[in-house]
Design a protein around this ligand. Structure first.
Ligand code: DMJ
Length: 596
């Protein structure tokens, strides 16, 4: 859930338009998802009719093929196909691919050793200038180190682990008088400490985790119980995000629960869980009819704010943690399953599209817009997909085997008859989306951009030429690359490939992950040590940006390692990964969720 520029501004030309009151905005938001009223209702009605027709065609590919050929278009090649019932067209082999796994370990060491040499203790690393930097002037809180420790444990890097542990013991101090992002600090540092503790049973990590969580807890002290975006760790006070009117991203508020729940289990102290649980209760209370969520909430009143609806930045891990909370609690807390199922229906009804040329499945965004008079709000489907959305392919496949299985566990690979109708739908959407995400690596570097846009009919395709299904907005030859063209070492596609491989045993997922790894090696590896983001995935040689994101070592390389490792390491039936890829054990909760 990285940042975006803030709340989407109203369209140009609407500045003089009547500014909606919060109540009117709520009506528009609720209206969309209830079916709408007035003009909004009309547009929604049309959208619903088209959406339903589209969905019916999607479920019946032969009808859509007939229609497409009637209109002179070729058969979509990316349409998900059914797995052959009772047979598997490949050999399921989960033994480790040792050379490839070792290549990933070498990459991790190349990243870590450079960081350790140049910037040990700094929150972030700049591999080209060989420097470190901190998130706050008050000093570092172990972002890079703590985020990397469990990867060392999993990879068996004992020397590196001992040095990192030593730093945690001697230098890590959370008494920092500065503002830290509540969500990022939780998923990276608290999550990292909890996994490190789980794998080592070393009380040092649990003590640090508890100290950090105690300092984060005041962020939840708001009228609604939703946390504010920032926290001053030394003063133990929450700090509102003034750049975003004091609002909190939905993903930020709803991606703390795995960590706080596990900490409650370890400490036998309910408070962590109760604070995090309250957020889920508030979100459920603010419920929008289809289970979708706008990307901002108001900690004052606990309501959704009129803003985009998407599975990319600020929305993504809301959907991820609905499923993962159900999994973490060993499928005993049905409220999360219900919320997840609801959300998946909403996603299918409103957001899933297919590129009309090759039939690639993608997840669009819904953007609220004021009409010309500024007196009404309509919702525009935007064919924009953040790289962040690519976690969702694997997540849907995993969710299908959990909430969509008739009698879990399903086989590997699962067969259609093992799924409910909804499970089979989610499974195929997840597979299709993962394929789409792999296809967005079809660039000069073999790496995928930060944001892609899918072509839609009004872009003027005539059905005879075969332009790409997607493009990088604003990319023009000879001009500086747009922000969207970057690759910043993100993990989401390899995360989905790892899950897809574990659930199917299909070797093509390993092959695709290997191609991505090789592209990272070729274009992002800094010869003197470390890895850098690149500014344009469509330019070779790639120009580097002086930044190595912490999620390279915590997520991207961990998922790649696990992709090539034996499947007995961290089985998905025993572990759930937090959104920063820190594995946490699945358990039967003794402290139950107190709402339904
Ligand atoms: C990570 O910090 C987390 O996975 C977050 O939820 C969104 N994605 C970034 C990495 O891309």
């Amino acid at each position: 859930m990285p940042s975006d520029a803030g709340l989407r501004k109203r369209k140009k030309g609407n500045n003089s338009a009547k500014v909606k009151s919060e109540a009117e905005e709520q009506d528009a938001l609720v209206g969309l998802l209830n079916g709408g009223t007035g003009k909004t209702g009309f547009f929604l009605y049309i959208a619903l009719v088209l959406g339903t027709a589209g969905f019916v065609l999607w479920q019946n590919p032969s009808w859509s093929n007939q229609l497409l050929s009637f209109f002179g278009s070729s058969t979509p090649s990316g349409t998900p196909t059914s797995a052959p019932t009772g047979s598997t067209p490949y050999v399921v082999d989960f033994t480790a691919d040792v050379p490839k796994r070792q290549a990933v370990v070498d990459a991790f060491k190349h990243a870590w050793l450079a960081y350790e040499r140049d910037a040990m203790g700094a929150d972030e690393y700049h591999p080209i200038s060989h420097k470190g930097s901190n998130l706050s002037d008050a000093g570092g809180i172990g972002y890079t180190i703590v985020d990397s420790i469990d990867t060392m444990q999993i990879m068996g890097l004992t020397d590196e682990y001992e040095r990192a542990r030593d730093w945690v013991e001697k230098k890590l101090d959370f008494n920092k008088d500065g503002k830290f992002n509540t969500f990022e600090t939780t998923i990276r540092v608290l999550g990292g400490l909890l996994s490190a503790y789980h794998f080592s049973s070393d009380p040092l990590f649990l003590d640090k985790a508890k100290d950090l969580a105690d300092r984060i807890l005041p962020a939840f002290d708001t009228p609604s119980g939703l946390p504010v975006s920032m926290i001053n760790l030394a003063q133990r006070v929450g700090v509102s995000d003034v750049d975003n009117r004091g609002l909190v991203s939905t993903a930020e508020a709803s991606t703390l629960q795995l960590e706080f729940r596990y900490l409650s289990l370890l400490t036998d102290d309910e408070e962590y869980w109760r604070k995090a649980e309250k957020v889920m209760q508030v979100i459920k209370g603010a419920h929008l009819a289809t289970g979708l969520a706008s990307i901002f909430m108001n900690p004052e009143d606990g309501r959704f704010v009129l803003a985009a609806i998407r599975l990319g930045s600020r929305g993504d891990s809301y959907y991820e943690y609905l499923l993962k909370q159900y999994i973490q609690t060993n499928m005993t807390e049905l409220v999360y399953r219900d919320m997840y199922d609801d959300a998946m229906n909403g996603v299918h009804q409103h957001l899933i599209q297919k590129s009309y040329k090759a039939g690639l499945i993608y997840i669009s965004e819904l953007i609220p817009e004021h009409n010309r008079m500024g007196s009404d709000i309509t919702w525009r489907l935007s064919p924009k997909q953040d790289h962040l959305v690519c976690f969702f392919g694997g997540s849907l496949m995993l969710g299908a085997t959990v909430t969509g299985a008739i009698n879990p566990p399903v086989s590997i690979p699962p067969q259609q008859h093992e799924f409910t109708e909804q499970g089979w739908r989610d499974w195929n959407t997840g597979k299709g989306l993962t394929e789409t995400c792999v296809k967005t690596h079809d660039t000069a570097t073999g790496l995928s951009p930060e944001i892609v846009h899918f072509r839609i009919p009004r872009d003027g395709l005539d059905g005879t030429v075969a332009p790409d299904d997607w493009y990088i907005k604003g990319a023009r030859r000879g001009e500086p690359p747009p922000y969207d063209a970057r690759y910043i070492l993100r993990p989401e596609t390899v995360e989905s490939l790892f899950i897809a491989f574990r659930l199917t045993g299909d070797p093509r997922y390993r092959a695709q992950g290997w191609s991505i790894f090789q592209a990272i090696e070729k274009h992002c590896k800094v010869p003197t040590g470390g890895y850098a983001s690149i500014l344009n995935v469509d330019e070779v040689p790639a120009e580097m940006e002086d930044k190595m994101e912490t999620f390279l070592m915590s997520e991207t390389l961990k998922y790649l390692y696990l992709l090539f490792d034996d499947a007995t390491t961290l089985p998905l039936s025993e572990y759930v990964f937090n959104t920063e890829a820190h594995p946490l054990p699945i358990f039967n909760p003794t402290i139950r969720t107190g709402f339904s």
